[in-house]
Write a new protein. Sequence first.
Length: 80
Amino acid sequence: MAVVCPKQVRPEMPDKAIEEGIGGTVRAEARIRDGRVVDVKILSGNKLFHAPVRRALQQYECIGGPDETIARQDFEFKVE
């Protein structure tokens, strides 16, 4: 990957997912410019988790790479 994000925020597990025992994986794509996430696109996963993933990615702080880059990341939600 051409970019490194030393500050990453973990998405919060939605209360509804905990109550209903729902887990899953969300794949997201982040467009990063000047070290900040400027756009998030959800590629797959349960819609229940889309908003928490978006909120988390928008708090990332990144370094390296060109002026603008695209990075993909999977987020695993598990009910324990």
